[in-house]
Design a protein around this ligand. Structure first.
Ligand code: 0RQ
Length: 508
């Protein structure tokens, strides 16, 4: 272990997670590492959760504000949520216990474009950051840090926090040394300069995180792996959705709007994104690029097989099998993978310059193409907007994908009016379900509605949507984007009242 801590002064600060956690006090704003279940601190949050539970047993208040890169894992969000230890959380989560607390109204959750978080911290929008808890692979002799399996917002947290606790994790492959690219050229307006990245594989920064060793108050040694659930093999619905997108790519190549190298791919999280990657594997492409957030097992396979020649991301989320594959072929992957800060991986300037192809999941789309990525029934938080908005608004293409129904067919993925809007009609170009792909480019609202209802709606809901649109087209006050306001959320209200969005006449 000690060969992972080469800085003499910092090796003196090694202590237990309990001792380190005891420095975190009620009311503090604590910024932690972690992005989509990778590179989050494994020991200090658990020790902190125990201390919070003890304080609550004594009748004392103890809650903190927690900022991260994106979602973490049960050892961070799970334990702190269980202990009721968070009064505020941002910018993204996917933990079931935390989700329940958020939706029970027990804490404040702020859902933010992941590419905005670092700059908002620099603008001072989140107030003062008292302490940062950051997982690293190692500490170099000069005090610089070898980042872990995610870079996320760590640069910003390290620079902004008064005090720093480092977790040095020996489970993270030492061979990741050299794969990161930390850009130090960001500035605050009005002093910003163009970011000098023009290809997904450009290196514009440094492999290490700079550190002021004076700010470090504790170093904790850990050896627990990232908690990665292996991906399930894509189901038939996901394969059909992926198939529509791959057919679309072919037709775009035929039309001369894309080449057979496509454009840098951004792939979201979940089953469908995984199916798209699996579909690409068998589609005959070579030498593609990815400019995305997360390198998962599927992406690693595409790199191994030469389908993707280089992938840029901010997080390295691999299953145990993926880590083994990575470790066994480290020299190969080192040349083909770059991990950056999330303000660069998700930067609008770069996504627009590169012309990324954004491919993300959704909860529902309405007939005009407004997309809800976050709120079930308009009120309950699922995960968060994540990076989907960073890529959708600025990409060359933006696709949103979902099965045409949820909850065993009781809910339609296509609705008259989205119950919450994360991506407006102006940011969504392709809506895809297993039924088909709606290409909305160049269409007016009414043309979009006809296309979405025709191509994407499930047959159980298609006549209802068509009837709504027909009546709205006749009766709506404004005829540009026709709606029947008192009926526009009827699908959602019916689900709340009866457990299905289908009206009784259709059910019986
Ligand atoms: O619930 O798990 O209880 O069964 O939502 O749905 O179909 O498994 O799809 O895993 O791709 O997730 C939008 C949530 C889709 C995801 C979302 C319920 C459904 C199930 C999951 P259960 P599926 P996915 C890059 C980009 C925002 C962040 C993002 C997401 C659960 O894609 O979080 O894009 N996106 N980041 O039953 C009620 C509906 C529903 C519904 C689905 N209409 N009504 N429930 N569900 N549709 C990565 C990062 O940013 C980090």
């Amino acid at each position: 272990m000690r060969d992972r801590i080469s800085h003499p002064g910092l090796s003196e600060l090694v202590m237990s997670a309990e001792q380190a956690a005891a420095m975190i006090k009620p009311g503090m704003t604590v910024a932690m590492s972690g992005f989509t279940g990778a590179g989050y601190p494994k020991a200090v949050p658990q020790a902190l959760a125990s201390q919070i539970e003890e304080a609550h047993t004594r009748g004392e208040d103890f809650q903190i504000k927690v900022l991260t890169g994106a979602s973490t894992a049960p050892e961070l969000d799970g334990v702190l949520a269980k202990a009721r230890g968070m009064e505020l959380r941002l910018p993204y989560q996917s933990d079931p216990t935390l989700r329940k607390r958020i939706n029970d109204g027990e804490l404040e959750y702020i859902d933010i474009h992941l590419g905005h978080v670092a700059q908002y911290a620099w603008f001072g929008f989140y107030g003062h950051i008292d302490l940062a808890v950051i997982e690293v692979v190692g500490i170099n002799e000069d005090g610089s840090l070898i980042p872990s399996s995610s870079v996320g917002n760590n640069k910003t947290w390290i620079e902004q926090a008064d005090k720093i606790i480092l977790e040095v994790n020996t489970q993270q492959p030492a061979a990741m040394d050299g794969m990161h690219d930390v850009y130090y050229g960001t500035a605050l307006p009005p002093h910003r300069k163009p970011i000098p990245l023009v290809n997904p594989d450009d290196r514009i920064g440094e492999p290490y995180l700079r550190l002021d060793p004076e700010k470090v108050v504790a170093v904790v040694e850990t050896d627990a792996p990232d908690r990665m659930t292996p991906f399930a093999a894509p189901d038939e619905t996901s394969q059909q959705i992926a198939g529509h997108l791959l057919d679309f790519f072919e037709s775009e190549i035929q039309a001369g709007r894309l080449t057979d190298k496509l454009l840098p791919l951004q792939s979201g999280v979940g089953n469908i994104a995984n199916a798209v990657l699996a579909g690409l594997a068998g589609a005959g492409y070579t030498g593609l690029t990815a400019y995305t957030e997360v390198i998962q097992d599927g992406m690693l396979e595409l790199i191994r097989d030469g389908v993707i020649r280089v992938a840029s991301a901010t997080s390295f989320s691999l299953s145990p099998a993926g880590i083994e594959e990575f470790n066994s072929n480290i020299e190969f992957y080192r040349k083909r993978i770059i991990l950056r800060t999330q303000e660069i991986s998700n930067h609008p300037e770069l996504i627009r310059r590169l012309g990324c192809i954004a491919m993300n999941g959704m909860i529902e789309a309405d007939i005009y193409g407004n997309v809800n990525s976050t709120h079930v029934g308009g009120t309950a938080m699922m995960n968060g907007i994540g990076g989907s908005g960073d890529f959708a608004r600025n990409g060359f293409l933006s696709a949103f994908m979902s099965p045409s129904t949820a909850k065993g067919g009781k809910i339609s993925g296509i609705v008259p009016m989205a119950s919450h809007v994360d991506h407006t009609e102006h940011d969504t170009m392709l809506i895809i379900t297993e039924r088909g792909l709606a290409d909305l480019r160049g269409l007016s609202p009414k043309q979009r509605a006809r296309t979405i209802i025709d191509k994407c709606a499930h047959p159980d809901f298609q006549p209802l949507l068509q009837d709504y649109f027909d009546r709205a087209s006749r009766e709506s006050v404004g005829k540009h984007t026709p709606h029947l306001l008192d009926e526009s959320l009827a699908f959602h209200q019916r689900f709340v009242e009866t457990g299905t969005s289908l009206p009784e006449t259709v059910r019986s």
